[in-house]
Design a protein around this ligand. Structure first.
Ligand SMILES: [Zn+2]
Length: 470
């Protein structure tokens, strides 16, 4: 509406101007260097207008032509960049798919097309990694690290490489720099924690663990378990350098975090007993025993009073036994103590009950020892030893990662270096129901044992206690 109004107005002005000129005829005379041109005034005005329009058009054309090379160059560059980024994307996909040939080809293409070092450096580094060229990958990651905007990316690559090479010290240095750049990154926190633990830097690991829990890099429950493990290790180190106050403090902290975690309880009990309070230590073990009997608790309990004779030890263990009278560990602890005191009848009764409830190699061997010690009955002993052959191994500390068995609990698996993975179980898995015990027994009633007797375990409880006391 507005536009058409303007159009009508413009037409009206032109018509009015034409009419005005027509009504006022006249001529324009140009006299230049003796040449005289005479033209009507209206034509002169029209000619002037056409001349001005032609000049404007010419100027516009000149401008377009002058800019053309730059525009063409821009379009060409934009095409190259597009192709380059496409090559980077495809290259990263090839890396993810584990296709080194395509990754290499696309990396070369991206490098040719793009003038964008961060993008191509990352792709080059990942391709080199895929090709197994760690040296080249490190060089690319190092180049990334030199640029402020990609420093973190470079650190991450170098850190992963260092960990792969088993260079934990260098990895930790890189992790600390990454932590300074991104203090709340879950990956940085959990990696730093992993490295500090591996290097047994317990104080730093504890601080990092707190930050990791706060920023949800590690969940609260496993976090508590990890803390308890760290406290036990700190306590052990402090005891080793005779800082008994520190050792006790951290053992107590471990028990506060995990009240029924056997290594924590045993550690604190041992330190309390060493400080001259065996009864207090005993109460700590009794509390944990009431929750869940455990062989290591029984052994630590028996070791609290080193001056005890065998009979006093039996009386002491009876107290533990009465807290959980039907539990196989209670029966076993008492049976073993009675065996030590040469109370053959009750020892046999308790050990036989264990062999019915939870038969393990250790129980059968103990019964074999008993046959020899009480009656010097080699035939009966061999029967028990034959049963021992097919029985599951007794529980011990087994690494959940590599399956290695350990006589003593430790926060770090001595074999694979995994942290807090030791669990109390039979090394062959929980096979407590495995051997057809009744059938095997019946078959052995009359016949001779099929397997040769194995060398006997040292019968003394003391040796086992010493091996297991943290
Ligand atoms: Zn392991």
């Amino acid at each position: 509406m507005r536009n058409s109004l303007f159009f009508i107005l413009k037409v009206a002005i032109v018509v009015a101007a034409a009419v005005w000129l027509a009504e006022r005829p006249g001529r324009v005379t140009i006299d230049w260097q003796g040449a005289v041109i005479e033209i009507p005034f209206g034509i002169a005005v029209l000619g002037l207008l056409i001349l001005m329009a032609a000049a404007a058009l010419a100027y516009h054309l000149w401008r377009v032509l002058a800019k053309a090379p730059a525009s063409i160059d821009r379009a060409r560059k934009s095409g190259r960049r597009e192709q380059g980024y496409k090559a980077v994307t495809q290259g990263l996909v090839a890396v993810a798919a584990g296709d080194p040939e395509s990754a290499k080809r696309l990396t070369d293409k991206a490098n040719k097309l793009l003038d964008d070092p961060p993008m191509t450096l990352l792709l080059s580094a990942q391709t080199a990694q895929l090709e197994g060229d760690d040296k080249a990958a490190s060089a690319y990651f190092d180049a990334l690290r030199q640029r402020p905007e990609t420093e973190f990316l470079g650190l991450r690559g170098l850190l992963t490489q260092a960990m792969k090479d088993g260079d934990d010290l260098r990895a930790l240095k890189l992790a600390q720099r990454a932590k300074a750049l991104r203090p709340t990154s879950p990956w940085v926190l959990s990696t730093t924690f992993q490295l500090e633990v591996r290097l047994r830097r317990w104080t730093e690991a504890h601080a990092t663990l707190n930050a990791a829990i706060k920023h949800k890099a590690i969940e609260v429950e496993p976090g508590k378990r990890f803390k308890a493990a760290i406290m036990i290790e700190r306590s052990r180190e402090e005891e080793a350098r005779e800082d008994m106050a520190g050792a006790k403090e951290h053992a107590h902290a471990a028990v506060s975090l995990a009240p029924y975690f056997v290594p924590a309880v045993v550690r604190e009990a041992k330190l309390i007993a060493t400080a001259g309070k065996p009864d207090k230590a005993a109460r700590l073990i009794e509390k944990a025993w009431s929750h869940e009997p455990h062989r290591i608790l029984a052994e630590a309990y028996a070791a609290l009073h080193r001056e005890d004779d065998a009979l006093s030890r039996v009386r002491r263990i009876e107290k533990l036994y009465r807290l959980k009278p039907d539990h196989p560990e209670s029966l076993l602890a008492l049976g073993v103590a009675e065996y030590g005191a040469k109370l053959w009848g009750t020892a046999r009764s308790h050990l036989s009950k264990v062999s019915d409830l939870e038969p393990t190699r250790r129980v059968y061997r103990k019964l074999a020892d008993l046959e020899l010690a009480e009656n010097d009955d080699g035939a009966a002993a061999r029967k028990w030893l034959a049963l021992a052959e097919g029985a599951p191994l007794e529980a011990t500390w087994v690494c959940g990662t590599c399956g290695t068995t350990h006589a003593r609990w430790s926060a770090i698996c001595g074999r694979c270096g995994a942290f807090a993975t030791l669990e109390w179980r039979s090394p062959s898995g929980r096979r407590m129901d495995a051997p057809p015990i009744a059938a095997a027994r019946a078959a052995l009633e009359d016949g001779t044992p099929k397997a040769l007797p194995e060398p006997q375990e040292p019968p003394a409880v003391r040796q086992a206690i010493e091996a297991h006391t943290p």
